[in-house]
Design a protein around this ligand. Structure first.
Ligand SMILES: Nc1ncnc2c1ncn2[C@@H]1O[C@H](COP(=O)(O)OP(=O)(O)O)[C@@H](O)[C@H]1O
Ligand SMILES: [Mg+2]
Length: 245
């Protein structure tokens, strides 16, 4: 079982859109996939038409008093299950602070038999929960906007990993919400791709099909499979999958 986290301490960079679409692509390719919506805002749960509600909330999960199997819901898609968000997840930082650093990693271990892939959709923060997520993951996938500030954030993430002494975690970046008509986007992408270690070249374009996910409540690959963003997410998944083996 591999664990990937879609993470950025910034909000609104396309984490959830990425988590939903990558999970869908992974499931389509035959991997038994679980997506865990860790953001109390519950956007991933909404996209998959599942109530953002977990019996006993985050507290029982962290204490190991919930059987994750009982909380997992099916989605409309083959091979794809969801562990929903819950509003109580807003306290996960505090809950995990009382536990060992590897608590989350331990919690998901029993799922190994059932799933080939776990995808964490992470809330925008850099915190106790983040370090638990990093320790539980094989790969950290960071969507970035093609702006200088967004790239600066990456340095802060690297620093955090170093300070928390998190090792063996693959860090991968890619650009999301790319507007090909903007010269600034093009310049930043070219410059970054040339020197970016661990950078994935598949860009996700800024596209109305992604915005429509909120109306369709489905991954783009499901309701608009031939659009540019659907193809881009497929390519992104292909590149990630290659590096997971
Ligand atoms: N590639 C894209 N093109 C257009 N809109 C996008 C794209 N990716 C995300 N969005 C929109 O931007 C907003 C934030 O995206 P989201 O995935 O929720 O970001 P995050 O999880 O990082 O906060 C949402 O309204 C979403 O529909
Ligand atoms: Mg999100």
């Amino acid at each position: 079982m591999k664990v990937i986290s879609i993470y950025n301490m910034k909000g609104g960079v396309g984490k959830t859109a990425t988590a939903v679409n990558l999970s869908y692509q992974a499931a389509q390719s035959g991997l038994r996939t679980l997506i865990w919506d860790l953001d109390p805002q519950g956007a991933t749960s909404f996209y998959f038409r599942v109530k953002p509600k977990v019996k006993g909330g985050g507290k029982k999960i962290v204490k190991g008093k919930s059987d994750l199997d009982d909380l997992i819901k099916g989605t409309d898609y083959t091979n794809l299950d969801l562990l929903p968000a819950d509003f109580s997840y807003r306290d996960l930082d505090l809950r995990f602070a009382d536990e060992k650093d590897s608590r989350l990693k331990k919690l998901i271990t029993p799922l190994k038999k059932e799933y080939d892939l776990i995808v964490f959709d992470c809330p925008p923060s850099i915190s106790e929960l983040s370090q638990q997520i990093f320790r539980a993951s094989d790969m950290l996938i960071v969507p970035m906007l093609p702006t200088t500030l967004s790239i600066r954030t990456l340095d802060q993430i690297r620093l955090f990993l170093k300070e928390e002494k998190i090792k063996g975690l693959k860090l991968r970046t890619f650009f999301s919400m790319v507007d090909r008509r903007k010269k600034m986007h093009k310049d930043i992408i070219e410059e970054f791709a040339a020197k970016g270690k661990g950078h994935i070249e598949a860009n996700i374009p800024y596209a109305s099909a992604v915005e429509k996910m909120g109306i369709e409540r489905a991954p783009v690959g499901d309701f608009a499979p031939r659009t540019a963003p659907a193809l881009s997410y497929r390519e992104l998944w292909r590149e990630i999958n290659k590096e997971l083996d």
